[in-house]
Design a binder for this molecule. Structure first.
Ligand code: SF4
Length: 349
């Protein structure tokens, strides 16, 4: 809840409204998730929060740390479902370390992209705003036990699920995470990724905010995209690109485009040529991601040489691309590798 909403709730239950701001600041600015530690609240209110179970931290089921420092958290939700969150620490920039969290927005995902472990599981349900924000709060609370200065600086909605199919909860989570009395994460440090939900992109375009939009493109041919990303049958590439262009024209914010390079599937020079043609004179941030291994997907990572040639071809045609740094592959925390507990425990014993 936002501070005003907590205040309204408290007022309805016989407490002064201003306590809403205090509780919001404890939770969101201090990452204090235990009401007993909210020392400026009266004892009676602290007790009520516990008795009424008003704060429900997520339960960490398992935490894994990659050799590159990436951390993966498996959470158990109230209804015994599981989701994952990935934390990526980066080099210090000026005085502060950049910490990016990759958040999940759904349990499973209905879009069933062929190269994605989450998509293999099917869809169970949307996450609530509390479960989305909770991933940030509970990791922050955990980390601050060792490091008082720990702060999540960047958020990407690229974990399990399609964020634009859970639009309202994601939007509310963004309002909470960016609130100046809370974590105050800058809108420009938040990126929402979509596999191509056109009504969601149109709504996002009209928000008037500075949150970034990323498109998981992965193919530049209708039939190929439909085969690997069934969402393309509902929202075809041609219409999707129009929606993205409307986004650029209205917001003047560069779209990030993600392209997972799969050996023998979408890594031909012809694909690079089409990609460069689509985006010529339309500035984007293009990230090339050599596909991450997911058992049973059949997708193979391209050889270094094909990757180099692909990027070279793009460059020759005026489209600069960044090859996405590989993070957390050894703990299945990289793009497309997140799963719920049952599957993630396979082979890990
Ligand atoms: S890649 Fe994203 S949209 Fe596609 S199935 Fe996986 S989680 Fe869903």
């Amino acid at each position: 809840m936002l501070p005003e909403e907590i205040g309204d709730y408290l007022q309805r239950h016989g407490h002064p409204k201003y306590r809403g701001k205090q509780i919001f600041a404890w939770l969101q600015a201090q990452a204090v998730v235990n009401s007993e530690e909210m020392t400026d609240l009266p004892q009676s209110l602290r007790k009520e929060i516990v008795e009424e179970k008003l704060l429900k931290p997520l339960q960490i089921e398992k935490k894994q740390i990659s050799r590159d420092g990436t951390e993966k958290y498996l959470w158990k939700l109230e209804d015994n479902e599981f989701i994952e969150t990935v934390l990526m620490p980066y080099q210090r920039q000026q005085s502060r370390q950049r910490v990016t969290l990759c958040l999940s927005t759904q349990v499973g995902c209905p879009l069933a992209c062929k190269f994605c472990a989450t998509g293999k599981e099917g869809f169970t349900r949307n996450l609530t705003t509390a479960e989305i924000v909770g991933q940030v709060l509970d990791i922050t609370a955990e980390k601050r036990k060792q490091d008082d200065d720990f702060k999540v600086t960047n958020i990407v909605f690229m974990g399990m699920g399609e964020p634009l199919l859970n639009y309202d909860a994601v939007k509310k989570a963004i309002q909470i995470l960016t609130h100046p009395q809370g974590q105050a994460i800058g809108q420009r440090r938040i990126t929402v990724s979509t596999a191509g939900i056109i009504p969601g992109i149109d709504r996002f375009t009209d928000e008037g905010w500075e949150v970034n939009l990323a498109l998981s493109l992965h193919a530049v041919d209708e039939a190929l995209r439909s085969a690997w990303m069934p969402v393309n049958q509902r929202y075809p590439l041609s219409a999707l690109l129009q929606a993205c262009k409307r986004y650029w024209e209205k917001t003047r914010r560069r779209l990030s485009v993600e392209y997972a390079l799969i050996a023998g599937v979408n890594d031909k020079l012809e694909d690079a040529k089409k990609l460069a043609h689509i985006f010529h004179r339309w500035p984007i941030h293009l990230n090339i991601i050599p596909v991450n291994p997911v058992q049973e997907s059949g997708a193979q990572r391209p050889a270094q040489e094909s990757l180099r040639k692909f990027v070279q071809e793009l460059k020759g045609r005026g489209l600069e691309a960044v090859i996405r740094e590989e993070r957390g592959t050894d703990i299945d925390a990289a793009c497309g590798q997140l799963r719920s507990k049952k599957q993630s425990e396979k082979g890990e014993a």
